[in-house]
Every structure is written in C-alpha cells, then in structure tokens.
Design a protein around this ligand. Structure first.
Ligand SMILES: [Zn+2]
Length: 190
C-alpha cells in the first residue's frame, strides 16, 4: 500500500490500487460505520482519543468510497447544484481521494454535543496541529486551490504516514508539493 499515493484532478486512482488495501469499519454509532483503510483507521482512532482528551470532539463522517458511490455523489450534486458547482467541489468518479481509503471527512462537535458548521474555520483549526503526529494532513488547506485543485476544506483529512505528514506540516506543503519534493531529491517518500 502506497500511503503517499497522489490522487487529484489529474491523477486517478490506479486500477490495481485497491488490491493492496484492506478496508475496515470504524463504528461511529450502533447503526453508522465508516469504512477506511486499516492502518489509517487505527491511527484515526488514536488521533480521536488524543483530541477527546483535549476537549475537541470529532467523528468520522465519510471515508472509503467505491466508484459507484462517487458516481452517485457526482450525479446527486449535478442534480442539486448544477455542473459548474459540482466541477469545483466534487471529484469526478475515479479521481476522488476517498476511493483510496486514505481520506476521511470529519464532523466536529462543540462541548454541548452540537455539530459545528463546516465553515467555522476557527473551531476546526483547533485540531489541525495534532494531525501530523498520527500521520494525517489537512489535504486542502486555505490558499492552495491552485495546487490541490480544491477550495479550503477544513474537514477533509488524509492519511499519508508520519514521515510525510511531519514534512508537509513543517514546510506548509500540500501533498502535491511533497511528492514533487521527494521526486526531485530522489528521497524515500515514506
Ligand atoms: Zn472529503
């Protein structure tokens, strides 16, 4: 499994990629579970425990998606918001990072257990500094739409492993910039 695999608007999920990935379920409630790649799921549960201890409460909302699921999300978005909006905010089927099993959307809750609005940047920013310790990055940071192809998404995190996450965090990079850096310097990405 390639933890630093780059999937974006230009790079689809390789057709044989899922052969190397084991998907497990994160149980959120009795009747809601979120599928995620096994190592990413283990690290997410450690991250969640750490955040809970700090009074920051997150839950998994959306993890691994099949091609069929991404096709449905795309169709539903076009029907609801039109093609132009969909192209900006939704990945084309085959080009969603969620199809790797390494991407996770979080829901944030306040101390009273109420859901925090996804555009409440300040509230979400409280968990950003803890992601890299567990091998996660904020995948679509503010001001990087020109590089990642997506507007700021404070709820979408991506598992890349601790080495890559530390370098990305320290240098303020995106995954695209990290992958270019390791290629240019012929470094081991993981
Ligand atoms: Zn997402």
């Amino acid at each position: 499994m390639n933890k630093t695999i780059l999937v974006n608007r230009d790079n689809p999920v390789p057709s044989d990629y899922l052969n190397s990935v084991e998907i497990v379920l994160i149980e959120v409630t009795e009747d809601y579970s979120v599928p995620l790649e096994k190592e990413a799921a283990e690290k997410y549960l450690q991250l969640k425990q750490r955040l809970d201890s700090l009074g920051i409460h997150v839950e998994a909302l959306s993890g691994f998606r099949t091609q069929e699921t991404q096709e449905r999300i795309w169709r539903d978005s076009v029907a609801a918001h039109g093609e132009q909006h969909t192209r900006r905010y939704v990945a084309k089927p085959g080009y969603s990072e969620h199809q790797t099993g390494l991407a996770l959307d979080l829901t944030l809750y306040d101390a009273r257990g109420n859901m925090v609005a996804e555009d409440d940047i300040e509230a979400h920013a409280r968990f950003f500094p803890y992601l890299h310790t567990f091998g996660f990055i904020l995948r679509y940071p503010a001001g990087k739409e020109g590089v990642t192809g997506y507007p700021f998404e404070p709820w979408h995190i991506r598992y890349v492993g601790e080495k890559a996450a530390a370098a990305i965090y320290k240098n303020g990079w995106t995954l695209e910039e990290y992958v270019s850096h390791v290629r240019e310097n012929d470094e081991d990405p993981q």
